[in-house]
Design a protein around this ligand. Structure first.
Ligand code: DC
Length: 224
């Protein structure tokens, strides 16, 4: 059997990465890995232990000793931190507000990257994040970079949170997303940038299906 391809999907928060990545993975028989969930997992543990978010050394140590497991289930997978299921906990606003502070630390990134590269080594993953095409899987067969306007991204986040029972104003979400964008794009280690060989897709005004169709068309054209 020939080796399955790896697909890298990067872009800012709310550009639609996880929604389309999940569908694309299913369609192509690949495994979807959301690398943001791993940074969220470390952040969840830091909050639980009351770590100072300016204590880079402690956060780095924490990321090295924390076990993060992705356990496949019928939906996609559950995420376990030291054996505890934190799949819903890591989506809470408190985690979202602190995760960029954790993701900017070079040693944390190194620890996450090593695990992500191990998962992708046999091939067959659709991995989404911020540095997948540039750092984690620079040799991925296909790379996409998704964007959308800030208004649309805030609207999508609002819907998503509403489904989970949180009512947050558009203004507040726009502010939060802009702040996170700024930190992700301007951090010194592995900032969010489009890989030179990534295909840019602006998802503003496109349906999920339209984005997936564009991706599949590109994959069919470019992967022989
Ligand atoms: O995709 P998300 O919103 O769940 O990501 C959470 C945070 O993790 C986000 O602020 C950026 C960071 N992140 C990262 O730095 N590198 C990745 N590969 C994935 C996420």
């Amino acid at each position: 059997m020939s080796r399955k391809i790896n697909i890298a999907i990067d872009g800012p928060a709310g550009a639609g990465k996880s929604t389309v990545a999940k569908i694309l993975a299913k369609k192509m028989g690949l495994m979807y890995i959301d690398t943001g969930s791993m940074y969220r997992a470390v952040t969840w543990k830091a909050l639980k232990l009351n770590c100072g978010f300016d204590d880079a050394e402690e956060l780095a140590r924490l990321s090295a000793v924390t076990s993060i497991e992705l356990v496949p289930d019928e939906e996609n997978y559950r995420i376990l931190v030291d054996g505890i299921d934190v799949t819903s906990e890591i989506r809470k606003p408190e985690v979202s507000q602190h995760v960029s502070l954790v993701a900017r630390i070079p040693e944390v990134r190194e620890n996450m990257r090593r695990q992500q590269q191990t998962m992708a080594a046999p091939g067959g993953v659709v991995m989404d994040g911020r540095d997948i095409g540039t750092k984690v899987l620079p040799n991925a067969e296909v790379k996409f970079f998704l964007t959308a306007s800030i208004e649309e991204r805030a609207r999508r986040r609002q819907e998503e949170l509403k489904e989970r029972g949180y009512n947050i104003s558009l203004e507040k979400l726009k502010n939060e997303i802009s702040k996170r964008d700024y930190m992700d794009k301007n951090r010194q280690t592995d900032p969010l940038v489009q890989a030179e060989d990534a295909i840019l897709i602006d998802t503003t005004g496109l349906t999920v299906q339209q984005v997936v169709d564009k991706m599949v068309a590109y994959i069919n054209k470019s992967v022989k």
